[in-house]
Design a protein around this ligand. Structure first.
Ligand code: DGJ
Length: 337
């Protein structure tokens, strides 16, 4: 009896180590708490992956004046988790905090802060976070920028603006091999994607941008480079409800983009397995290995939304990219191609 209590006590103190990805299941951090980093983005820096996301805490409400499904939780900040293996994540805290005592702040709990993405600037040594900042009715449509000296913060908020004077909602960042960074943003009332080139310090648009996916209503962009080409995974615009994913490809970032189609295969692939894209991770140390990260939104209880991470598989003969549904998988999928 005494031994049993001791053993249980020890086991209880340690969270179980994750050995595989289990898309759509509760995913605990190293302390045994569900990971809370939604609409997130990852950064690989000096041997460690960092996962930044919306730290959603508290009740989900549908505002009384809502004419569409803009369920919300109060802004509580941006969380950060760290990992060496992409499976086991240590909570590093809330690295950009809400500002409850200033109703005029973009980070006030009453506002909207979504889809944080962090990139590292080699020249300035700063970690630069871009996010979608908005008014509660999503009418402001801005991008907010924060910087930090360390990947785990604390990030200092620099301010919000409309990039090149244009609306910006769902957004992603991409740093090309030459160090030039770009922001992809759902603009023009989410009808058209803008690709905004950033200044050398990554904190502002440099004034050059292109309109792409014109009138195609793409949201949730996630951009990656493979085999010298640029890819964008995205969703359609249906609030928090899932729809069909789409992959597009380009030879140059600001050039023409060609829609390939839905890369998802298997059950519920026509609605992205009930998820929505947020990021694509190039797996370090493995060739042609990418992980597509999706949020599985629980729109009436946003803080309990889950994650769907799936490998992007590349057909060795045709080069075609696909994202098959796998209930459980590990990194060995990349070795079996
Ligand atoms: C879809 C976006 O992708 C989310 O980030 C969020 O803004 C919801 N719309 C709000 O309904």
């Amino acid at each position: 009896m005494f031994l049993a209590v001791c053993v249980c006590g020890i086991v209880g103190m340690q969270a179980q180590k994750n050995e595989s990805f289990r898309p759509g299941q509760v995913w605990n951090d190293t302390e045994g708490n569900p990971i809370n980093a939604h609409g997130g983005g990852l950064l690989y820096h000096q041997g460690t992956y960092y996962w930044y996301g919306e730290y959603k805490v508290g009740e989900t409400v549908l505002p009384a004046d809502a004419t569409w499904e803009r369920y919300r939780t109060d802004v509580t900040g941006i969380s950060c988790y760290s990992s060496k293996d992409l499976l086991n994540w240590r909570f590093e805290g809330v690295v950009l905090k809400a500002v409850p005592d200033d109703p005029g702040s973009d980070l006030h709990p009453s506002q909207v802060v979504e889809r944080p993405k962090v990139i590292y600037n080699e020249e300035t040594g700063k970690f630069v976070m871009w996010m979608h900042t908005d008014s509660p009715d999503y009418g402001k449509a801005e991008a907010g920028v924060a910087i930090a000296d360390s990947p785990t913060g604390e990030f200092k908020y620099l301010g919000g603006f409309r990039p090149n004077g244009t609306m910006s909602r769902d957004q992603a960042l991409f740093v090309d091999d030459d160090g030039t960074a770009y922001q992809f943003s759902s603009s023009e009332d989410n009808q058209t994607m803008h690709i905004n080139r950033l200044t050398d310090d990554y904190t502002k648009p440099d004034g050059t941008y292109v309109r792409r996916f014109v009138d195609m209503s793409r949201e949730a962009p996630a951009v990656f480079k493979h085999g010298g080409k640029y890819y964008m995974l995205s969703s359609g615009c249906t609030g928090w409800s899932p729809n069909e994913a789409e992959l597009a490809v380009a030879d140059s970032i600001m050039g023409e983009w060609t829609v390939i189609g839905n890369p998802c295969t298997g059950p519920d692939s026509e609605k992205t397995f009930c998820g929505q894209s947020t990021f694509v991770i190039p797996v370090q140390g493995k060739k042609n290995a990418y992980i597509a990260c999706f949020d599985m939104w629980n729109k009436t209880d946003l803080q309990n939304s889950k994650y769907i991470w799936l490998p992007i598989l590349i057909d060795e003969h045709t080069g075609k990219l696909s994202i098959p549904w796998l209930a459980e998988w590990d990194m060995s999928v990349f070795d079996n191609k």
